[in-house]
Design a protein around this ligand. Structure first.
Ligand code: MUC
Length: 96
């Protein structure tokens, strides 16, 4: 199942810079692992925002929830999710 996910990160202004750096580094490591595993299919920065548009390929809504909750920055994110299905006019029949 494919899901379009918008993540907006809001780190507290008074967060310890070392903690922020560690969370970002841990987040990058997990994000890259999930991309290599084919779970995090797309990751795009939204220009001008500390936010991204992503596409996840997971077996269920529960799997998406569990994946997002693992993210080190999860406690500081506002997340919006839309489920995706094939558009009848799409020419890409081989893509899930
Ligand atoms: O930077 C972000 O958009 C937040 C998050 C998503 C991947 C990652 O490395 O950090």
């Amino acid at each position: 199942m494919l899901f379009h996910v918008k993540m907006t990160v809001n780190l507290p202004l008074d967060m310890d810079p070392a903690l922020a750096a560690r969370l970002k580094s841990d987040e990058k490591q997990l994000a890259q692992r999930l991309q290599h595993e084919g779970i995090w299919r797309h990751l795009w920065r939204i220009a001008g925002h500390y936010a991204n548009y992503s596409v996840f390929d997971v077996p269920s809504v529960e799997a998406l929830h569990d994946t997002l909750m693992q993210l080190p920055l999860f406690p500081y994110m506002a997340i919006e999710i839309d489920g995706l299905c094939r558009h009848p006019s799409s020419v890409h029949s081989d893509d899930r």
